[in-house]
Design a protein around this ligand. Sequence first.
Ligand code: ADP
Length: 702
Amino acid sequence: MTSFVLGAVAALALGGLGWSAVTLRRRLVHSERERRRVADELNRRLSELFSLQELSYVLSESLELERIVEQVVRYAMRFLDARGALVALASDGHGDARGLLIAGAAGTLAGLQGQTVPAEDPGVVARSLGRERLELVQSADGAPTRLLGAVEAASAAAVPLRAHGVVVGTLVVAEPRAGVFPAEDVRLLSTVATHAAIVLANARFFNQVRRAKEQWETAFDALSEGIAVVDDEGRMRRANRALALLLGAPVAEVVGQDLGAALLGDSPALGELLAAARRGQRPVPLVVRSERLRRVVRVTGARIPSAAAEHGVVVLIEDVTDQQAMETQLIQSEKLAAVGQLVSGVAHELNNPLTSIAGLSEVLLEQKELGTKDRGHLRVIHEQAERAGRIVRNLLTFARQGPAERARVDLNDVIQRTVLLMRYDLTLRDIAIEKSLGQEIPAVLGDRHALQQVMLNLLTNAAHAVSQNPPERPRVIRVATSFDDRVRVRVADSGPGIADDVVPHLFTPFFTTKEPGHGTGLGLSISYSIIESHGGHITVERPSEGGALFVIDLPAASAGAGAGELITSTPVPLPPPIKRSILLVDDDPGVRRMVKALFGREGHSVDVARNPQQAIDMARARGYDLILADIQASARGKLFVEALVEAQPALRDRTLVATGDVRPATEETLARLGLRYVRKPFNLRDLLDEAARVWAGAATLS
Ligand code: ADP
């Protein structure tokens, strides 16, 4: 029994052995195949991994968008063993916001490089942009698929390039050499796309940042205001060109310097401004004069928000020197205009009384029967009236807005004459005057007397200043002229200079630091308004060597200008005594009396019109040799003289206007009408001279 069992078992075992050997061999073959497949798979994966690693390495080397795109296209073609590939990038917000640009293409698609694809193009390229994942178009039936426009391919795989939730473009691979894309290759394409998208997005951010930085730097340097970024220590970390220019050093040298020291020397106020800005406050702008730069600057600052403990401050520095000077001039002009109006009103009121006092006292002085004592008294009256007249003239010059005469004036000559006038006084006070007059100084257009007055005022002030010098300090006045685009006159003195608190008031009317009786405070303000009315400027400087320096600049007269406008003041030979008939139009009884007395004494007859209308009628009825009319007389709503000349143009050459009015409008009217005039308050000589000129002119004409 036992042997039977054993035999059966053995038989079974032998029979079984034959069956299992086959199975075993089959299994072995299978497992060998499986092993090879796995090994192949492993190899393939390994090679993919190496390739991906290689791509990753290549991509990480550059941030250049073009280079990255080129590499992605090349590797995608290689990995998928395809004939063509392209990368189309979505617009990053500049230009056409929705289109695609084929930034890289190779193989059969190389010709598409640089083309743009509208977002609504029905092809795979544009379509894939809106897809979530890879789209595979395999043409089993041989029907081609459209890539973009009319461009087609038998098979293509397109995968959107998405990074940080944003689609930056699409990667398209076409025409696999094997006819179709194996599933593993398609998976690999997705991996490549993920990787490429991140690198492309980074490169794009980098480009955006770089572009923004360039734009910012260009703007930073293009600004005309100085800008600095200042650290906690007050050192400049950045500075723009305008600031470097202001500080007089190249940007590279300025960076690293202490802003306060470079700009203002030692300035606690700037330190406070920076500290306030650092605390996040909005500090009040600082307007301060930099002695170092000799400019006035306006400084503001604001904190640059930062997560770090250190807060940079951006500081804006504007050079407001010219602006300030203009503002000061404007205020000065306004002040002068207001005072000028007042002064002109007062001077007008004084004109007529002074004219008659001076004139009549002069007439009386010529009377032979006067006693010596009375003559003495009368002379004083006459001199004082003349003096008052001069003051009134000065005040009127001050109030005047435009130059009275417009002739070509040689400033060198004006200076020479003024110095000559003062020579005696200067020598007496032991004051040396050094002249350095430019050789080719063009003429200026204006009023010689007014300009001489300016020189006289400046030289008188300078002489007064140097006279206060201690004995060891020389008493020198330097006058220089030069020409660049303007004619410039510089009057410098070696006096004590001008105190800080005096400078702002220098040109203010009636401001004086001189003892009562020694200064009226009008010299500089008169000079200021004269120079302004000539289109020039007068400024004061305080030279480092001490003393005061006044600088005048005036526009040069253009060639030929003013040549014909010169109002001649050459004496006219008096005509032989002829009895003349004169018509006087002036409502001031004092003036009437004086004119009558003056011309009556010469044997002429003087008729007085009661009013301008009557004067026009009288002039028509009788041929007067001279019509002497006050400028303020008016008829028919206009100036009497204007109405007169309109009614009878022939009377123009026989009319003489007496005017205390120096407004430019009046002067223009007189010039337009071509009328001669005398300034009130006039003295007898002026009046007789002008009358003689009128008669001489009329004689030449007739
Ligand atoms: P005035 O001479 O009558 O005082 P100005 O208008 O000419 O009037 O001058 C005003 C003030 O300006 C003077 O009182 C003086 O304080 C100051 N000043 C003018 N010129 C000079 C100078 N060359 N040096 C110093 N101070 C001057």
